[in-house]
Design a protein around this ligand. Sequence first.
Ligand SMILES: Nc1nc2c(c(=O)[nH]1)N[C@H]1C(S)=C(S)[C@@H](COP(=O)(O)OP(=O)(O)OC[C@H]3O[C@@H](n4cnc5c(N)ncnc54)[C@H](O)[C@@H]3O)O[C@H]1N2
Ligand code: MOO
Length: 400
Amino acid sequence: MKNLTVEDARGRMLDGAARLGVEAVALSQAVGRMLAEDIVADRHQPPFDASAMDGWAIRRADYGAVDSFAIVGESAAGRAYRQAVQAGQAVRIFTGAPVPAGADLVVIQEEATRDGERVTFAAGDNPKTNIRPAGGDFRSGDRLLEAGVRVDPWRLSLAAAAGRAELSVVRRPKVAILATGDELVAPGGAPASDQIFESGSFSLAALIEAWGGQAIKLAPAADSVEAIAAAVAGAAVDLVVTIGGASVGDYDLVKPAMQRLGLDLRVQTIALRPGKPTWFGFIEGGRRVLGLPGNPASALVCAELFLRPLLAALSGADAALPFGVARLAAPLPANGPREHWMRAARTIDAEGRVSVTPFPDQDSSLVGVFARADALVMRPAGAPAALAGDLVTTLALARA
Ligand SMILES: Nc1nc2c(c(=O)[nH]1)N[C@H]1C(S)=C(S)[C@@H](COP(=O)(O)OP(=O)(O)OC[C@H]3O[C@@H](n4cnc5c(N)ncnc54)[C@H](O)[C@@H]3O)O[C@H]1N2
Ligand code: MOO
């Protein structure tokens, strides 16, 4: 339980973490949610042979054979021409309108000359048909979206095109965030000379929402076992994320506070830099608790490495992190005994090659460095010195 590898720690946190329940939401509320049902079309799209152009619907056999066509009606989008087109007849037609029975060619209007109730065409060889067949986009019975995908703006359009007003999605994991520490003052407040502004909970709340969770910020708690236990006791959530008080100091009281709530500790410390004091367990009510260290970079790196996969698992998404590879732009010294996730700047050259430059100061207290980083670079525990050009494992940080 102590000094676990990052992988083992993540494995323990994900153990038993399964998709939560399901709820129906209106289409307009569905973006970002995990689909909990297959979306199957019950209608062709388009439902009819549709014109791809503004022009004239005729029989192909007439094209080049008939000099002048009799205009017999009009087919507009939403207002079809309901009769069949006969030999020598033309129907005025617009993009998206049903092609009338009998017609199998749409001549674009740029090639037509209208004279009263008659129209003639500048006949060429092999005219384009300009008809989109019924079911050309999708057919009745097609599985359009599969349970387990995240609804994004494009998938939303597909569900709407299939006529769905509501979608069945996975309930969002509810995550309480508790910042702890006597030194913390909310931004906008008046800090004493020995206090700092609380910053960690803001990033965490935003990340939790971006990863599909519902963030609930609890009022920050002072460094007291009673205050911390009381803050968490009544939180009706799936997961509690605490910030700070994770280490071994006299005022690192989050674990003792959680013991009052029946803490079943599964991860005690991790061979990780930053984030060694990160811990995980269960408290009463089957609630999970992820204890993040207070140093801002430690909290955010550990959110990426542990909270993100955990939220994915509870949402029914793939919990695997989207690691990448990149070339180091600068050499790095040998690494110590902890797996190191370095804050880095990422550049992509004209040929699409990705390179990364870890910032020289990797102190875990630096909020400023994190704000400039757009990737994390992984150095395995005990890795020898690395050269510029060496390949390294990376994790891109989503920048808005
Ligand atoms: N003797 C040892 N000391 C420390 C160890 C150790 O193994 N032995 N581990 C170090 C490591 S590694 C880390 S990381 C820190 C983590 O400590 P805690 O999780 O107990 O965090 P705190 O002491 O509460 O705070 C650390 C630092 O971060 C600031 N902080 C806390 N919460 C917030 C917040 N919400 N927003 C902004 N800043 C926050 C806090 O003021 C401290 O400066 O412990 C090392 N010590
Ligand atoms: O996790 Mo601590 O940030 O390694 O210094």
